[in-house]
Design a protein around this ligand. Structure first.
Ligand SMILES: [Zn+2]
Length: 460
């Protein structure tokens, strides 16, 4: 009897069977697995414990063959074999993996920390000698292409950017899911790491309905190239399992992608369509005609530093800027020696001397005669608002807004005993507030901007 002297890896001897990810088991051999590559890491170099001084190389990637089925694959080998394999396909390709070894995933495997979370209980080991990875031809990819846009099954809870930025103490160090639109894609940069290696770095600037600008850092050439190819300005991206933390160098909260992070461009979830519509409508600052600020959506959340930048800009501001600020009252002199009331025009809040006086501000509807309301004695309290990015001094808070917060008119407040005034002060001093605000060029024509509180309440 004639015995083959090859070991069964010859095409002519073996019938390979196409196996879907959810049918894999350790008993299956001679399998061919098809899938969309949805994550892939740069080739990693690991010191070889058996041969000190030498290295082994590993290529990790993840494929998906249905919206719910994902599996991790790893290829170990020497530098040349693994880098040839790595350069043969990219994220977004549909690949055919012939003859992988199918092994059960160990739940305690520490290596899993370095891979995206997969649905399969198995993983594919790819041998440079015995396995083969090929990019599928166009007639083979039908049905797989849409899998690039399936939301990661782990991305059930999505954090808004405002949650990350304004709740930074709780968000610090967390691995979260973000749904964002792209404002800007930076240049792919080559930087030297601390240990002297060269690394690729890409920075994205992203936004969502809650926050206008947020940095995302990618330290991985594979992922960076994928984003540059598949995304453009205003693209919506679901980012699953990304770490958020305060970046000391950039002095702000940032998200940094890691080995477990998956980017899903134009994800097929309802929230993505809502964000996409918003992203198409919103005026991004650099594409507005004359550098005017495009954000006058009151629901856009700013921090103090951004508000101050708008107030101090020499650029033309067309119209008023409205937005939301979450900040604490850092100065609130309710029980001190300062007077806390004044007589003001209820329209423009300009001060007048006596209740019988009339507003003379031509830009005010009362001053211009379109409306005829008498001046009022109202709360007039020195107040500052602060967050971790800065402090806005001399905030303009209309008397009525104060009255709504404190729950009584200024005339009644003035009659209260001092201890009562102090205890009311401590209900609000150093408390965080949600503030609807308006920034307007001062009507006195001095070029300065005023910050005016339209509505506020304690932050929840
Ligand atoms: Zn007025």
């Amino acid at each position: 009897m004639w015995i083959s002297d090859n070991y069964g890896f010859d095409e002519t001897d073996i019938t390979y069977q196409k196996v879907s990810i959810n049918q894999l088991s350790s008993d299956v051999s001679q399998a061919v697995v098809f899938g969309m590559v949805i994550a892939k890491q740069d080739l990693r170099r690991i010191p070889n414990k058996q041969q000190p001084g030498s290295y082994r190389y590993v290529l990790n990637f993840m494929i998906r063959d249905t919206p719910n089925d994902t599996i991790n694959a790893a290829c170990w080998g020497d530098e040349s074999a693994t880098s040839v394999l790595s350069s043969s396909f990219t994220i977004g390709d549909v690949v055919k993996i012939k003859n992988p070894q199918i092994i059960e995933r160990q739940s305690e495997n520490t290596d899993d920390k370095f891979k995206p979370k997969a649905s399969s209980q198995y993983q594919l080991n790819i041998s440079p000698q015995y396995s083969e990875i090929t990019v599928c031809a166009s007639d083979e990819i039908k049905g797989y292409e849409k899998l690039l846009h399936c939301a990661a099954h782990t991305a059930t809870e999505i954090l808004s950017l405002a949650d990350v930025v304004y709740n930074s103490q709780n968000a610090e160090g967390l691995t979260v899911n973000l749904l964002v639109a792209i404002k800007e894609i930076g240049q792919l940069q080559t930087v030297k790491t601390k240990d002297g290696r060269e690394a690729k770095k890409l920075q994205l600037s992203v936004f969502d309905q809650s926050h206008p600008v947020f940095p995302v850092l990618i330290w991985d050439a594979e992922t960076a190239k994928f984003l540059i190819k598949y995304c453009s300005k205003r693209s919506v991206v679901l980012i699953s399992d990304i770490k958020v933390s305060y970046n000391n160098f950039m002095k702000e909260m940032t998200a940094t992608s890691g080995n477990t992070t998956i980017f899903t461009p134009e994800p097929d979830i309802p929230d993505a369509r809502v964000l996409y519509q918003y992203a198409m409508k919103v005026i991004l600052s650099e594409d507005s005609m004359n550098n005017t600020y495009g954000y006058n959506d009151p629901s856009t959340v700013y921090n103090v530093e951004q508000v101050l930048r708008i107030m101090n800009t020499s650029e033309m501001i067309s119209g008023d800027i409205q937005g939301t600020l979450i900040a604490m009252i850092s100065m609130f002199d309710l029980d001190g020696s300062e007077k806390i009331s004044s007589i003001r025009c209820p329209g423009c809040l300009r001060q007048v001397q006596k209740l019988e006086d009339r507003c003379v501000n031509g830009a005010c509807e009362i001053g211009s005669g379109m409306s005829n309301l008498p001046p009022e004695e109202m709360y007039d309290i020195q107040l500052s608002l602060a967050d971790d990015s800065g402090c806005i001094q001399r905030c303009l808070v209309p008397g009525q807004v104060f009255q709504n917060l404190l729950g009584l008119p200024v005339q009644d407040f003035l009659k209260l005993p001092d201890e009562r005034k102090t205890s009311i002060k401590w209900l609000y001093l150093f408390e965080r507030m949600t503030i609807q605000f308006k920034v307007a060029k001062s009507s006195t024509g001095n070029g300065r901007s005023t910050f005016r509180v339209l509505f506020w309440k304690k932050w929840e």
